[in-house]
Ligand binder design. Structure first.
Ligand code: SAH
Length: 281
């Protein structure tokens, strides 16, 4: 600039200068947010949890070995546990514990049962004396699950049933199970379909009855009459039930419908499940 020339005005700024400045500032602010959103999207899309390692199959294999040591011997049950990625069904903060033998919270005060208990119940159903073909690939036959929760057990059961109906009384959990099972189907397109029902499981599910197997993930003072009515000959119910003689502690209860139509009760050990409640929320 030559000495006689007037200095360019710095203030007040002309309108086009103001607009340019504003745009620059806005871009500065938006870029980091866009980046964070991208990171969050990537994190959500991530299918293998960091704590579980790059491939979750070996962790599941160790879980299956543990189940075998705990007395689970049914090949179909063990294969189902080896196949279904439990980490997909739990909150991302709990992913590191997904393959431990522990129950985990799934929201709304409910819990996903520990693998050893789920496996023991499934084995009791698969080895029922009334099963038509003991070595069948679908030993659970037409199966009813009470308490879909997050959908994990439904995914396991579906691999061993000809058809599975799973009922949940809490709407938000019903939707969560649907979302989780949809995600599972996206990742493993050949996973069997599950009929998820939002409703009161104490009423069973008459449209698809009779059932060869009924499994409950929640326990009350008595087994609902509808479950007994909807149990096929040769069928079995496995459910937790409060035992008055043990101060109301829950005991795993097994009911078999014999070929002559009569019912036979037996019991396995003490368990701890969330309460079976009536109605929907
Ligand atoms: N199998 C589930 C565990 C769910 S915990 C899983 O793998 O995640 C037990 C579930 O039973 C809870 O979600 C609870 O809401 C549900 N429940 C309790 N009473 C019920 C009823 N009468 N009908 C249907 N679901 C019921």
């Amino acid at each position: 600039m030559s000495p006689g020339e007037p200095k360019p005005r710095r203030f007040p700024l002309k309108l086009d200068q103001v607009a340019a400045t504003k745009t620059a500032v806005v871009r500065e602010v938006l870029r980091p947010q866009a980046h964070l959103q991208q990171v969050e999207q990537d994190r959500r899309r991530q299918t293998i949890p960091q704590g579980v390692g790059l491939d979750s199959a070996p962790v599941r294999h160790r879980m299956v070995e543990r189940l075998t040591r705990d007395g689970i011997h049914h090949a179909g049950v063990l294969a189902a546990f080896a196949q279904v990625p439990r980490h997909l069904f739990v909150d991302s903060a709990l992913v590191n514990q997904a393959y431990e033998d522990t129950s985990l919270p799934i929201g709304l005060g409910q819990t996903i049962s520990k693998p050893s208990v789920v496996a023991a119940m499934m084995q009791l159903l698969c080895t029922r004396p009334g099963a038509a073909v003991p070595a069948s690939a679908k030993p659970l036959g037409n199966c009813l699950e009470i308490g879909s929760g997050c959908g994990y057990q439904a995914a396991l059961l579906s691999l061993l049933s000809t058809r599975l109906v799973s009922i949940e009384r809490l709407r938000d959990l019903h939707l969560k199970a649907r979302q989780n099972l949809d995600e599972l189907r996206r990742q493993t397109p050949h996973s069997p379909d599950v009929r998820l029902v939002y409703g009161d499981g104490t009423l069973g599910h008459a449209p698809q009855a009779p059932f060869d197997t009924i499994i409950a993930a929640a326990g009350g003072a008595a087994l609902p009459q509808a479950w007994l009515d909807q149990l096929a000959p040769g069928g079995r119910i496995v459910a937790p039930m409060e035992d008055a003689s043990r101060g109301g502690a829950q005991v795993l209860t097994i009911i078999d419908r014999l070929p002559d139509g009569s019912l036979q009760h037996s019991r396995a050990g003490e368990v701890l499940f969330v309460p079976l409640k009536s109605g929907t929320t």
